[in-house]
Design a protein around this ligand. Structure first.
Ligand code: IMP
Length: 413
């Protein structure tokens, strides 16, 4: 057995799904352990675009088994739509897609609560995806939530829904209809129900690939709180969210060659100028779930070292390097100053993070289109130098460089 984790090491959208897609060919199981349909991945395959929100991207490989662990939150209606869409494109789900019955259900009520709190001036605006993720996780912790396995027990479901609606001071009138809708969805999803932790016991000789969603700086404990998502996006979330308690043999940290962020919250290296706009356009930096333009900025080695530490990153996948082509001078942040003093740790306070002044080194850019290069040594010298600088600053080897969305646009070292 081997186990590999592919984890986003910034604020999400690091092109993890592309890396998972490339590595999935050597895996038997591809497992998601947190997040919900706030995630969005687009995979280009055979000139066709596949957009994923909940289903692991590994489903594109025939025969691979894809799993949603108990740490994932599931909007059953959105999941059914996603599965149907993929089935219509010829993807087979039979005996190769499974969901832990302990996974919590995102209710329409959660979406409403998410939207309301984002619109409420007395509540800190997080810039959420409004998919109901935060309220669903909050219900799970408050022990007022509905779990996937509850959709198969009518009385229990009604009782849990009544309890949930009461807790949120929501009219009880809708309980019956919602229970019926959920049971209907449950029927469609029933073939996928499986006690996931037992799968690890029964498949000891298999290769597991854990697919992170969002990124480390959005982790509910270690991210830029409160501007975070509500799940544990770091390597530590794997055991909790999947029931796999073995050692992770290899943690691949996915770092974008520049940084992006969607939603609110501090972003020390953010570019509010033409270069930021150039990166946004060249990188097509618009959210796959919400379509929002992403905020763009320089690579931040202080944040990158912090996220490497939190995840125990063994190897780096450096993505979207092609997007930096044509920028004359590239900056990399190598330090922070707060009130004139150098600080060595990534601040836990978002107030401090918003006030720090980044210190940069400048590197010469390159003009060549590198999107069809498949050999590291063929990259322009300045691109190789950029990658080598990231390696030096993190003290971790880059083993994968991605230069485009397609599988073939991948350099292995
Ligand atoms: P939520 O996960 O919808 O509650 O949103 C919380 C924060 O996480 C917001 O800043 C979102 O923009 C961000 N977020 C959630 N999912 C993703 C993602 O897949 N990529 C990037 N940011 C995300």
């Amino acid at each position: 057995m081997s186990s590999t984790a592919v984890l986003g090491c910034a604020w999400g959208d690091e092109a993890k799904a592309k890396i998972v897609d490339v590595l999935a060919k050597d895996a038997d199981f591809i497992i998601r352990f947190q997040g919900g349909n706030n995630a969005g991945h687009t995979i280009k395959f055979n000139d066709e675009k596949f957009v994923f929100h909940l289903v692991p991207a590994g489903i594109l490989y025939p025969g691979k088994i894809c799993v949603l662990g108990s740490g994932v939150v599931i909007d059953p209606f959105a999941l059914i739509t996603e599965i149907e869409g993929l089935k219509n494109k010829g993807i087979n789900f039979e005996n190769r897609f499974f969901i832990d019955p302990r996974a919590h259900i995102v209710l329409p009520l959660h979406k409403e609560l998410d939207g309301n709190s984002e619109a409420n001036n007395n509540h800190t605006k997080i810039g959420t995806t409004k998919m109901g993720i935060g309220p669903c996780y909050a219900d799970s912790i408050a022990r007022t939530g509905i779990r996937f396995g509850d959709l198969y027990e009518e009385e229990l479901l009604q009782e849990r829904l009544t309890n949930n609606y009461y807790y949120h001071e929501y009219s009880q009138n809708g309980v019956q209809a919602m229970a019926e809708n959920l049971m209907e969805a449950g029927k469609i999803l029933q073939p996928y129900l499986k006690q996931i932790p037992y799968m690890w016991k029964e498949n000891k000789d298999k290769n597991l690939l854990f697919e992170g969603a969002q990124g480390t700086l959005l982790d509910v404990n270690y991210g830029t709180y409160p501007f975070v998502t509500s799940s544990h996006t770091i390597a530590g979330g794997i055991a909790i969210g999947s029931g796999f308690t073995g050692k992770i043999d290899k943690v691949i940290g996915v770092y974008k060659s520049y940084y992006t962020r969607v939603g609110e919250g501090p972003f020390p290296t953010e570019l509010l100028d033409e270069t930021g706009e150039q990166i946004r356009i060249q990188g097509n930096e618009y959210g796959s779930t919400t379509g929002r333009p992403r905020r763009c900025g320089w690579f931040d080695a202080v944040a990158a070292n912090y996220t490497a530490m939190l995840n125990g990153v063994d190897e780096i996948a450096l993505t979207l390097l092609d997007v930096l082509s044509g920028i004359e001078t590239l900056n990399i942040c190598i330090g922070y100053r707060y009130k004139g003093q150098k600080i060595h740790e990534f601040p836990y306070s978002t107030k401090i993070l918003a006030e720090i002044v980044p210190e940069y080194i400048q590197l010469p850019g390159w003009n060549e289109d590198i999107s069809s290069i498949t050999d590291f040594s063929k990259l322009p010298e300045n691109a190789r130098n950029y990658a080598a600088t990231v390696e030096d600053l993190l003290g971790i080897k880059i083993t994968i460089v991605s230069v485009g969305a397609e599988r073939r646009q991948t350099i292995f070292r």
